[in-house]
Design a protein around this ligand. Structure first.
Ligand SMILES: CC(C)CC(=O)SCCNC(=O)CCNC(=O)[C@H](O)C(C)(C)COP(=O)(O)OP(=O)(O)OC[C@H]1O[C@@H](n2cnc3c(N)ncnc32)[C@H](O)[C@@H]1OP(=O)(O)O
Ligand SMILES: Nc1ncnc2c1ncn2[C@@H]1O[C@H](COP(=O)(O)OP(=O)(O)OP(=O)(O)O)[C@@H](O)[C@H]1O
Ligand SMILES: O=C(O)CCC(=O)C(=O)O
Ligand SMILES: [Fe+2]
Ligand SMILES: [Mg+2]
Length: 335
């Protein structure tokens, strides 16, 4: 550890463990002690589970990678269930089966291979086991606190790029899609279901971007087309320092909803699989996004809801989230 990192750690330890602060402080002279202004940790709770290094890393970067968190056996079960859904053996009301735009808009015969994403698997008991895995919730609690809702579920099956670069996911902030706050009590868990690397389109993150605000999002101007609702940050600067997060099967990335991230195109012949869940504290509250940068996405969601349910029932943007959210720990207090 560098000297600077060691100094920071001392400051944080001092702040974290007030009951023990006398013994920590005793290693400083009194003049050093008064010159310290310990920063408060804004993005994580002290549940005693994360190490100080992990907390500092998340505070500064907006993500935390935990190796080997989900077992091979569980992942193989999720994969088997995904195949059942693709074959039509399992049909779950409310679950969205999405195809890549390049395939959906072509003359190709639709088969299971065309599925690029399952969205909203909260009522599929086998897939939803992912959201309740105790080893994941142990981490989630550090970001959300003890009352935990699983708000949004996805199994992403990034297809081999059909030659139009539509397998890319533009750089975005997940908060753009969410009408609930406070932002710091929301976290995504994203687990690689196989080795993910630059070749097959791993996640790309802009470290530290979670410290900024929610930006305006739109469809990027991509010649080959863009998938439905794949908005990207407007005025994206491709020169911003970025990091490719390569992961092994079972590795899990936890990240903040303001972290700017996306994924590159899949240049292999395999389907790159990942499973994810966005969690929020059940103590969060819904906001009205009218007149904000989120109005464009809420309108798109409402259009799809109208197409699906007709105009008889009126479902607000917040309602679409309240209906899909499921309690996974503690009490359902607000969301
Ligand atoms: C943090 C998190 C929330 C971030 C994200 O998840 S970002 C991505 C979110 N994306 C979504 O939620 C997409 C949800 N997808 C859907 O609702 C559906 O897959 C739809 C895009 C509406 C298609 O529904 P589906 O039942 O398959 O309907 P059809 O096959 O009859 O197609 C209806 C019209 O939609 C078109 N379509 C289908 N798939 C895509 C696509 N991937 N991208 C763009 N357009 C698409 C299809 O060509 C058809 O268009 P027209 O023939 O009406 O012009
Ligand atoms: N105009 C844009 N708006 C939003 N996001 C974009 C835009 N252009 C590219 N991106 C996103 O930036 C990320 C990097 O894209 P790109 O495919 O150029 O590089 P890469 O595949 O990560 O790296 P490389 O191809 O060099 O290995 C991807 O998530 C991509 O979807
Ligand atoms: O798996 C990926 O490529 C990223 C998906 C993503 O960021 C999202 O759907 O919000
Ligand atoms: Fe995302
Ligand atoms: Mg690329």
């Amino acid at each position: 550890m560098s000297r600077r990192a060691a100094d920071r750690l001392k400051v944080v330890l001092n702040h974290l463990d007030r009951s023990n602060s006398a013994s920590v402080r005793s290693s400083f002279t009194s003049s050093q002690a008064v010159s310290y202004h310990p920063q408060t940790l804004r993005y994580t709770f002290d549940t005693g589970f994360l190490s100080p290094e992990q907390r500092i890393f998340y505070e500064e970067n907006g993500f935390l990678l935990i190796k080997n968190l989900v077992s091979e056996e569980d992942i193989d079960r999720f994969r088997a269930e995904f195949e059942h859904v693709c074959k039509g053996d399992v049909k779950i009301p409310g679950m969205v089966v999405m195809r890549d735009v390049a395939i959906a808009k072509s003359e190709f015969v639709r088969d299971q291979k065309a599925v690029s994403k399952l969205q909203d698997f909260q009522d599929d008991a086998e897939l939803f086991r992912y959201c309740s895995l105790p080893q994941i919730l142990k981490y989630v609690e550090c970001f959300t606190g003890p009352n935990i809702m699983a708000m949004h579920t996805m199994l992403i099956n990034k297809p081999p790029d059909a030659g139009k670069k539509t397998s890319r996911h533009p750089m975005h902030q997940d908060l753009h899609y969410f009408p609930f706050r406070p932002v710091d009590h929301i976290v995504c868990a994203w687990t690689a279901m196989e080795k993910v690397n630059r070749q097959n389109g791993c996640l790309v993150v802009l470290p530290g971007s979670h410290k900024g605000t929610l930006q305006e999002h739109d469809y990027p101007e991509w010649e080959g087309g863009v998938n439905k609702m794949y908005h990207g940050v407007r005025n994206y600067d491709p020169n911003h320092p970025r990091m490719h997060v390569e992961m092994e099967k079972g590795d899990t990335l936890f990240f903040h909803p303001l972290l700017i991230h996306g994924s590159g195109m899949n240049q292999t012949q395999g389907f790159r699989k990942a499973i994810s869940c966005h969690y929020a504290s059940a103590d969060c509250y819904y906001i009205d996004v009218t007149g904000t940068s989120q109005e464009n996405i809420s309108k798109e969601v409402n259009e799809i809801a109208t197409r699906r349910y007709g105009t008889d029932i009126s479902v607000s943007f917040a309602d679409t989230w309240a209906l899909r959210g499921r309690l996974v720990h503690g009490e359902r207090t607000s969301l």
